[in-house]
Every structure is written in C-alpha cells, then in structure tokens.
Design a protein around this ligand. Sequence first.
Ligand SMILES: [Zn+2]
Length: 359
Amino acid sequence: MTAKEIHQKILVLDSHCDTPIMLRRHGLDIGRRSGTGHVDLVRMKEGGLDASFFAIYVSNKWEPYECTYKALEALTSVYDMLERYPDKAALATDARTARKLKKQGRIAIFLGMENAGPIHKDLSLLRLFYRMGVRYITLTHAGNNEVCDSCATKEKRWNGVSRFGRELIAEMNRLGILVDVAHISDEAFYDVLKYSTRPVVSTHSCCRALCDVPRNLTDQMIIDLAAKGGVVQINFNPPFLDKAFSLAVAPLLDAYEEAEEAYRDNPSENEKRMQEAKKALYALPRPSYKRVVDHIDHVVSLVGPDHVGIGSDFDGIEVCPAGLEDVSLLPVITEELHLRGYSFTDIEKIMGGNFLRLL
Ligand SMILES: [Zn+2]
C-alpha cells in the first residue's frame, strides 16, 4: 500500500488545534477555504484529517467569570459552525461516532478545554461542560490556577496539584474526561499520574531530550505516562521541536505578540506592523516537518508505537514547520513514517488510533 492509500484508509486524528480562537475572535468562516489560519473544513478534507479536537482556550490572565463567559462563547462558535455545515462536519464525543462520520465523509469535531479556569472551583460546572461535549481538559495554561501550577511560571502556587485539583481529577475520571498534562509543571505532572485512576494524555507536547524546553516531556515522564496507558501527542510548534530555533525565534515572538495585540485593538492602523512581524518570523530557517517525525521516533524508541500521536496546535502557533504550513499538508507525516519503515498498523495507531483508544 502506498503512503497515500494508507493515509486515506486510516482514521487520522489531531488532538489539539486552537481554531475556536479564529471562529470567535476573527469571526472566520471555516466552511470555506480561508486565507488566514491553518485550519478550515476544506483544507482538513484535503489533508485527510478525519477527526480534530477544537480547544476551548482561556487565558490565565482573565478574571474567573470572564473565563467562563469566553469558554461559552467559544463553544457557541463551534456549535454555530457545525450547524451551518452539517454535511461537512459534526460533533463527536466518542470513537464510534468518529468512525461513523468518517464513513459518511464528514469530519468529527471533538471538544477539549485548554485551562480549567472556566470551572472555577465548582464541579457542577465541570459536569455541565461534559454535557456540552468536552472530552479532555488541559489543567492549566501559562499561569498557575486553582487546579495546579504551570510549567511557564517562576513562582509556583501549589508545588503540584491543589486539593481542589485532586477532586477535579477524580470527577473527570468518573465522567470520562481525559486529563491533559500539557502546559503543567513537572511536579503537577507527577501529582496527576499519582491521583488519576485512568490513563492521562499530553495533547500537544514534544520530547525534552530532543528540544530542552519546559513545555516538553522528559524521557522519564514519557515512560511513566505510557506505563499508565497514556499517549503523548507531538506538537508541530517549531520552538518545541528544535532548541536552536527556539532560541533564535524568542525575541521575534515577543515582537509578534505585541504587534498582534496592537492589531487586535486597532486592525486598520496595525495591519502593516503585524504583517512585518510575521514576515520576520518566517524569514528564519524553520525546522522541517521531518523533525515532528523525529519526536515521534523518539517516543517510539522509549515506549513503543502505542503511546504516541499528533497534536498540531494549528491556529495556536505563530510559525509552522517547513513543509507543514497548514492542515492540508498532513499527509507528509504519514509519508515520512512510511519512508522510515513503520507498518500500516503502527501508522494507524500513531495517526489517530492510540488517542481514539482512550476515548
Ligand atoms: Zn497549548
């Protein structure tokens, strides 16, 4: 079987993209091909992406009530989009529905929540979000919250997972919401492994052995997570793939974020500044899509092919790997796995089967 045939046959799943930000903040219509962003339903189809987790993201900088409101807004934007394009996509909350939709030629849209902020300290809100379709929660983002510490903060608040975090994890286990350890501190990671009675996932992180940044997982973390039955989904973000790129891009990213903020406040006046900041980012030589497969290889070398997958972070990352500039190019990953000698069964697991197993 050729790589192309394999890619068409298997169920391809991406465990993390930030496309709801594009829907909500930019009012993007993803039912048609769009010039902005990395994801729309047309390019998903072209890229053979059968199932995708749309992240309901909230910032740690927002007030608690604002978090809940923004999460509801993001959910609404996804529901509205699905209502508009019922022939192209539909909500999925389990593996069976995703398989059924693939047969029908429709894309399965799953919901994940990035940062538990919208739940405050109220488990009834967790149950409400479950009923709305949320099937994993990334416990926090770039700040410490009521649940646990982030890997991005200097000062830690809990030195791991809080007391409420423990209760939250227990209720997530009971309901069947996956616990996502992406973005959390190393101490919180080990608390999660200790407290969760079910396998846990890292929906969009890479390997620290190949790129030493706090957002990535150490070999020992990967081994321990796999021993518990979990899955590491490799992020496409070049600064997490390659340390040299990470160092080179850091100052440019700061400038880009400032330009983006200015653009959000006043689009007409800051359009040019934003474009220039983006151009500066893309002027740097970027790691190739093959680097994504290097990280997959590394996880496989540690724990075998049953505990790894892909979590693109499309629409949440500022730059993409060379050759993987948007979702339509996803088949290059299957092709590279095929070239490196992975069997049909292993490719099927890596490109979606492993994550699907946990749903
Ligand atoms: Zn993220």
